[in-house]
Design a protein. Structure first.
Length: 458
């Protein structure tokens, strides 16, 4: 049985306006390296909860309405659907529909509710209707992507191609049938591009995906690096003379809900100077959910310039019993940082030591470590640095990326986990990330003009 992440941090309802403005897949000319025909961009949709439950003050800190506790309370499970989701069109002909899908970079499958649904969660528009899409094709039961047959049985072409998609942290899963379908994008130069043969999962029941999205979310877009994820599929296709092996995003620190940014692919990935990079681990593993995420070698953590001791091994992925556990991964679909318990305890103790001279009161709050807010505290919150295996690869997290205000308290917005560390969306704000899947590298650099990569929803 998989251990569960002790978290549901920064879970936000998603924007209904995405449905009201269906021209959601757009190509951008500014900031891109050219129009070689191999690029397109998907809108990243932020939550509308900025104005109701969460807002960002001029100081750059996230402030939570303490009476709207569901947005930040961390119970036992991480839920998919945090700060950002993507909008795309699925199907062809009368069956084409625009949907909002939760971004999940730890899984490899794009899945959504399809009619008929046994135990549906609420969504708008209604679940996808395969019968209305001429391009919909069920995969044969003996396809390599199907679940293995039970012992003593053999799958045949006539059998349904079943899938079981499980979150990396084990907190949620979906079951259904795999098919091929067409996704529509707007490529560079505003030319409509269709990607055929994308493997999608039609789920008929799911567990743990309580999206809390006012019916906006229809499923999950798995952007893991392995087959049959979207980035893997794009690597097999040719758009013009270019195969797509890269994607990029820059998450802005939204002060209001009228901004969006973009998940860019191929030629739409902009050139950014002074980037550092770190290796994507376990590239030799080409199948199985144990290595679908973008694992990296996190070797050190410093609090206010002071390194935490004996921490490197805590982030190493290893086998425990018959299951892989631990490790550190990047995921823009996880709202805030999740840290394995022993490392979290070291981080918490270092923060307490750093703030001890202020004589602050530690209070029971939304997170495991909260202080009663004072003007002194705001001025003395520490910066944290994450050190990766490469000497130059450091991710500096100012206090605004690790602490949140909850009513009269300030809390460390890092969620304890039993078996995984994830660098989430909050820690990636105002930085350009480029994932080069073919070459196994993640590039990143500060980008104060993330809003230049963003647009305004009309």
């Amino acid at each position: 049985m998989s251990m569960k992440v002790a978290a549901r941090a920064l879970l936000l309802p998603l924007v209904l306006a995405a449905i009201l403005h269906p021209a959601a897949v757009v190509a951008l000319g500014d900031g891109t390296p050219g129009s070689g025909g191999g690029g397109f961009s998907l809108r990243l949709v932020p939550s509308p909860g900025w104005n109701r439950t969460i807002h960002v003050d001029d100081d750059g800190f996230v402030h939570l309405n303490e009476h709207a506790t569901s947005a930040l309370r961390p119970p036992m499970h991480t839920q998919v659907g945090g700060m950002y989701s993507v909008v795309t069109s699925v199907g062809t002909g009368a069956g084409r529909r625009t949907y909002v899908l939760a971004l999940d970079m730890t899984t490899n499958l794009l899945w959504m509710q399809c009619k008929p649904v046994q135990e549906p969660f609420t969504q708008l528009p209604p679940p996808f209707e395969p019968a209305k899409s001429p391009s919909f094709r069920r995969l044969p039961g003996n396809n390599a992507f199907c679940l293995p047959a039970p012992r003593g049985h053999r799958r045949t072409v006539q059998d349904p191609c079943k899938f079981h998609s499980i979150r990396l942290d084990g907190s949620a899963d979906a079951r259904g049938v795999l098919s091929n379908e067409t996704l529509a994008f707007a490529a560079s130069g505003q030319q409509q591009t269709e990607v055929t043969g994308v493997v999608i999962g039609c789920t008929h029941n799911s567990n743990g995906f309580n999206f809390n999205s006012h019916g906006v979310l229809a499923g999950v877009l798995g952007l893991g690096r392995q087959a049959p994820s979207l980035i893997w599929t794009l690597g097999q296709h040719r758009h013009g003379a270019v195969q797509v092996h890269r994607f990029s995003y820059c998450l802005p620190n939204h002060g209001s809900s009228d901004h969006h940014s973009f998940l860019r692919f191929g030629d739409d990935v902009p050139h950014t100077q002074h980037m550092v990079s770190t290796k994507i681990m376990y590239m030799a593993a080409t199948a199985g959910r144990d290595f679908s995420a973008y694992f990296v070698s996190l070797t050190g953590v410093s609090v206010a310039g002071k390194p935490l001791h004996d921490i490197k091994e805590l982030f190493r992925r290893h086998v425990h019993g018959q299951e892989w556990t631990s490790g550190c991964a990047f995921d823009a679909g996880t709202p805030t940082m999740v840290m394995i318990m022993p490392a979290y305890n070291k981080l918490k103790d270092a923060v307490v030591r750093h703030l001890k001279p202020l004589g602050l009161q530690i209070v029971s709050g939304q997170y495991h470590l909260c202080f009663r807010a004072t003007s002194q505290l705001w001025q003395h919150l520490p910066t944290v640095m994450l050190q990766f295996a490469e000497t130059e690869a450091r991710l500096v997290l100012p206090p605004q990326r690790l602490f949140v205000a909850v009513g009269h308290d300030i809390c460390l917005a890092v969620v304890r986990s039993y078996d995984i560390t994830i660098i989430g969306a909050m820690q990636q704000v105002d930085k350009r990330f480029v994932y080069d899947v073919r070459n196994g590298r993640i590039y990143f650099a500060p980008e104060n003009a993330c809003h230049a990569d963003a647009g305004h929803q009309i």
